[in-house]
Design a protein around this ligand. Structure first.
Ligand code: FMN
Length: 486
C-alpha cells in the first residue's frame, strides 16, 4: 500500500475534482456494457456529451488477464474526461484492476447498481446493497491507494431514508461523486417503470459531494427538468443516448446520419468497436424504421463484417431519403402531436427514444410507463427482449381467440381457423361468407389459369367462363342469405 496521506492529499476531491478535472460536466454518457465503447464515446462527445463512462469491466478478469485488458479497455487522447467502471466484490482485486487504468482515466467508478442475473451470480452490482461494510472497504481502498478519485453508481432502496444512509456511508468511505439511478434493484425488464427523481433529490440534498441523476431522460428537455427537480450537478443517460447520440445537443438527427458517422469513426479508429457492439448500435439507431424495412432488419442480424453493416446502412439511407424526398433535416413542430399513449409522434427516419410496447392487461407483467424504457445492464440486445414480448403477445392473442370461440357455444364456427365468424350451412366447406368467397375466388383463379384455349367461347375471357362453371359446380351450395351470417 502507498502512503495514505500522500495519495489522498495529492488528489482533488468532490467539487474541486468535479470542476477542475472534469470541467463541471452536466451531460454524461452512462457506463454501458457492449455499448459505451471507445467509438461510441467519440461519437457522443462530438454531440455535446461532456463526460463518458466506459462499459463495466470485470475486476478480477481485468486484474488477471492482459488479453482482457487489451481487448476491452481501448481509449485515446481525445477520450477525456473519462471514468472507468468496474464491478467487483473484493477490495484487493478491485485495486489491482484499477491500478492498470489510473493513468488513462480521470476516476474509477464502482458499479453498485447492476440488477441482472449475471450480477447475482457473480455477486456484484446491486447484490452488494446489503453488504455496506464490504462496499465501503472497496471504496476506501481505492480512495487511499489510487492516483485518481473513486466514484460510485447506485440504485435506490424502496425507503428513501435507507438510500440516504447508504449514500452517506459511501461518501464517508471516500466516494467523490455519486451517481444515483432512481430505480430499485427490482425495477428491471418489464418492471422497469419510472425512475424516482424525488429520491434522487433527497440524496443530493443530504450529501456534500457532486451527485449525478440517472433515469427518465428521453429528450433534451428532460435534462433541465431533471436538474431542476433533483438539484443534481449532472444528468447521466444510457438509453436516451443510445437511441439518439445527439440528445445533449437538442437535435433530432436523421437515423442514417448518426449511423454513418458512427461507422466512419469505427473505421477511422481501428479496434474502437467490435462487430457485436456495432450491430447493437445500428439496431438502436435505426429502431424506428426497421419495422418498415424488415428485410434489412434480418440482414442486420445475420451479417458479420463491417462492409456488410456499412452496405445495410447505405441501403437504409437510400430508402429513407427516397421516402422523405431527400429531407436532410427535421424541424420539430411548434406543438408536438401525441399518440394514444401520450408519446410524441415523430417521423420514423428521425433518431428518437424507444418505448416498450404496452403489454396486455392480463399478461402478468406490471403495466409499463411511457418513460419506462427497459434497461439491460448485461448488454443483452433490446431486440431479444422485444422478440420475447412479441411472442408473448402472439400467445395471448391465440388464447383470446380460443376463449372467444368457446364463448360462441354450439354455433358452428367457420371452418377456416383464421376467423371467428359462424360457418354457413350453405357452404360445402362450412366456411363463413367471407372465407368462402375468398376460397372460391382463389380456386376460380387457379382453374382459370389451368384452362386451355380450346374451351374458350368466342368473345369470352377464360376466367369468366370457367369461373362461372366452377362456382356452380363446386359451390352449388353457396347461395348465401345475409341474415345467416355473422
Ligand atoms: C445496454 C446497456 C448496458 C448497460 N451497462 C451498464 C454498465 O456496464 N454499468 C452500469 O452501471 N450500468 C449499466 N447500464 C445501466 C445504465 O447505466 C443506466 O443506469 C440505466 O440504463 C438507466 O438509465 P437510462 O434510463 O438513461 O437508460 C446499462 C444499460 C444499458 C441499456
Amino acid at each position: 500500500m502507498t502512503d495514505l496521506n500522500a495519495t489522498t492529499q495529492r488528489k482533488l476531491k468532490g467539487y474541486d475534482f468535479y470542476k477542475s478535472v472534469l470541467n463541471s460536466p452536466k451531460y454524461i454518457v452512462a457506463p454501458m456494457v457492449d455499448h459505451s465503447e471507445y467509438a461510441w464515446r467519440v461519437l457522443s462527445r462530438r454531440y455535446n456529451s461532456q463526460l463518458c463512462y466506459t462499459p463495466m469491466f470485470h475486476a478480477r478478469l481485468f486484474a488477471e488477464s492482459e488479453n482482457y485488458r487489451r481487448t476491452q479497455f481501448i481509449t485515446g487522447p481525445e477520450d477525456r474526461p473519462l471514468i472507468v467502471q468496474f464491478c467487483a466484490n473484493d477490495p484487493e482485486t478491485l485495486l489491482k484492476a484499477a491500478k492498470h487504468v489510473e493513468n488513462d482515466c480521470d476516476a474509477v467508478d464502482i458499479n453498485l447498481g447492476c440488477p441482472q442475473g449475471i450480477a447475482r451470480k457473480g455477486h456484484y452490482g446491486s447484490f452488494l446493497m446489503d453488504e455496506w461494510d464490504r462496499v465501503c472497504d472497496m471504496v476506501k481502498i481505492l480512495h487511499e491507494n489510487l492516483n485518481v478519485p473513486v466514484t460510485c453508481k447506485i440504485r435506490v432502496f424502496p425507503e428513501v431514508s435507507k438510500t440516504i444512509e447508504y449514500a452517506k456511508r459511501l461518501q464517508a468511505a471516500g466516494c467523490q461523486i455519486l451517481t444515483v439511478h432512481g430505480r430499485t434493484r427490482e425495477m428491471k425488464g418489464h418492471k422497469t417503470g419510472i425512475a424516482d427523481w424525488e429520491q434522487i433529490r433527497a440524496v443530493k440534498a443530504a450529501l456534500d459531494i457532486p451527485v449525478f441523476a440517472n433515469g427518465n431522460i428521453c429528450y433534451f428537455e428532460d435534462v433541465d427538468a431533471c436538474l431542476k427537480a433533483t438539484g443534481c450537478d449532472g444528468v447521466m443517460t444510457a438509453e436516451g443516448n443510445l437511441y439518439n447520440p445527439a440528445l445533449f445537443t437538442g437535435e433530432l438527427p436523421p437515423c442514417w446520419k448518426m449511423a454513418e458517422e458512427y461507422m466512419q469513426i469505427c473505421k477511422e479508429y481501428p479496434n474502437s468497436a467490435d462487430i457485436g457492439p456495432m450491430r447493437a448500435h445500428l439496431f438502436k439507431i435505426f429502431a424506428p424504421c426497421l419495422t418498415e424495412h424488415a428485410d434489412l432488419r434480418t440482414d442486420l442480424a445475420a451479417k458479420h463484417t463491417f462492409e456488410d453493416l456499412w452496405e445495410i446502412t447505405q441501403e437504409l439511407k437510400r430508402r429513407l431519403l427516397a421516402a422523405t424526398n431527400n429531407a436532410q433535416k427535421y424541424d420539430p413542430p411548434a406543438e408536438w402531436g401525441l399518440d394514444s399513449r401520450g408519446l410524441r409522434i415523430l417521423p420514423t427516419w428521425i433518431c428518437q427514444p424507444h418505448f416498450r410496447p404496452e403489454l396486455p392487461q392480463d399478461s402478468g407483467a406490471p403495466s409499463q410507463s411511457n418513460e419506462g424504457a427497459s434497461t439491460s445492464e448485461s448488454g443483452v440486445l433490446d431486440e431479444v427482449a422485444q422478440a420475447r414480448i412479441r411472442r408473448k403477445e402472439a400467445k395471448l392473442e391465440v388464447v383470446a381467440s380460443k376463449k372467444a370461440r368457446k364463448s360462441l357455444g354450439k354455433l358452428p364456427v367457420c371452418a377456416s381457423m383464421a376467423c371467428l365468424n359462424v360457418g354457413s350451412t350453405k357452404c360445402a366447406f362450412s366456411c363463413c361468407k367471407t372465407c368462402c368467397r375468398a376460397k372460391a375466388v382463389n380456386e376460380r383463379i387457379s382453374v382459370a389459369q389451368n384452362d386451355s384455349t380450346e374451351n374458350r367461347k368466342d368473345g369470352e375471357s377464360v376466367s369468366e367462363s370457367r369461373a362461372a362453371e366452377f362456382a356452380c359446380q363446386a359451390h352449388r351450395t353457396l347461395v348465401y342469405r345475409e341474415d345467416e351470417l355473422v
